[in-house]
Design a protein around this ligand. Structure first.
Ligand SMILES: Nc1ncnc2c1ncn2[C@@H]1O[C@H](COP(=O)(O)OP(=O)(O)OP(=O)(O)O)[C@@H](O)[C@H]1O
Ligand SMILES: N[C@@H](CCO)C(=O)O
Length: 299
């Protein structure tokens, strides 16, 4: 295997995970992207970061995208090099929109874009390697494949995914709180209990099945299909503002959930202008990105 390209560019979507009842398994991609370009060079790696993370994420070989790129080259049996990389980051970090999964997928896709036999890093390989690297197949699957996905870990320990049918015209709103409320996935997992009541497990099993039907074209089922008892309530102490917004929107009839590990709130509907304005007045950013159906794209 050789590095044969002098340049690669990738666009990777933001994603949500959980979507209410599908804790650690359901995900969806949005038309809201990070972009990265890379050139192999002789000499030390240099990363220029624009947008989110500029001034805070590493600009050398410790950068998550570079580490994933190197992991991809190793997996493909390709040689390493120094890299000149430019990251245009839009996905908030620690926001519940899958930034770390998208960064891992970006690096692995760039590895594919540089090597002589790109089929060595096909989508299934990128999915498995990024999951290994980042740990959350529920975010990785939609980042790689687009659309709505269900991901799970087989009894042999390997990650698997399958696309979920989704009405692509379903409106989606992402409500991103002020940056001071960012929360790492690690912190948001520390507050989860080791075991849950059987009744709550049964509750989520039915709601996850209902959500699959709702996404496939039964919007009347979206409220029931976005109920959860496995993670959101336990996270209230670390996500008080987001839980309050979610509760208020649900009382108004919006199918609102915590996106991933939060604090972003996902609403599977379009918000009324007055509601958007109220959130904006309190420092929230409201996006209505639409559903991405392609996943990460080189080019
Ligand atoms: N594009 C990027 N470049 C470099 N580092 C990144 C990038 N994206 C994320 N990271 C690293 O990952 C961390 C965030 O990961 P974390 O899993 O806590 O949150 P998230 O992926 O944004 O949220 P969630 O997993 O809940 O959707 C950042 O603080 C940063 O260190
Ligand atoms: N399913 C994970 C997503 C985090 O990326 C969680 O909620 O902790």
């Amino acid at each position: 295997m050789r590095l044969i390209r002098e340049y690669a560019h990738v666009r990777v979507p933001a994603t949500t995970a959980n979507m209410g009842p599908g804790f650690d398994s359901f995900g969806m991609a949005f038309r809201f992207y990070d972009e990265v370009e890379v050139r192999p060079i002789t000499g030390a790696t240099r990363v220029v970061v624009e947008g989110v993370g500029a001034g805070s994420v590493p600009t050398d070989d410790d950068n998550l995208v570079v580490r994933a790129l190197r992991a991809g080259l190793d997996a493909a049996g390709a040689p390493q090099a120094g890299f000149e990389m430019r990251c245009v980051n839009r996905i908030p970090h620690g926001g519940g929109m899958g930034s770390s999964a998208s960064a891992a997928v970006a690096g692995l896709m760039l590895a594919r874009g540089l090597i002589s036999e790109p089929e060595a890093l096909g989508d299934d390989a990128v999915f498995a390697l990024a999951t290994d690297f980042e740990g959350h197949p529920d975010n990785v699957a939609p980042a790689v494949f687009g659309g709505a996905t269900v991901a799970w870990t087989q009894s042999d320990g390997l990650p698997r995914m399958a696309p979920m049918p989704v009405d692509e015209s379903l409106p989606v709103s992402l409500l991103i709180p002020p940056s001071s409320t960012r929360l790492s996935t690690q912190e948001a997992r520390q507050v989860l209990p080791v075991s849950v009541p059987r009744a709550d497990a049964l509750f989520n099993t039915s709601r996850a099945a209902v959500l699959m039907l709702a996404l496939a074209g039964r919007p009347d089922l979206l409220m029931a299909g976005t109920e959860d008892r496995l993670h959101q309530e336990y996270r209230r102490s670390v996500l008080p503002a987001s839980m309050a917004v979610m509760d208020s929107l649900r009382e108004q009839g919006y199918p609102a959930v915590i996106s991933g590990a939060g604090p972003t709130v996902l609403v599977l509907a379009e918000l009324e202008e007055a509601t958007r304005q109220t959130l904006a007045n309190h420092g929230w950013t409201v996006l209505a990105p639409g559903i991405d159906t392609t996943g990460a794209v080189l080019g």
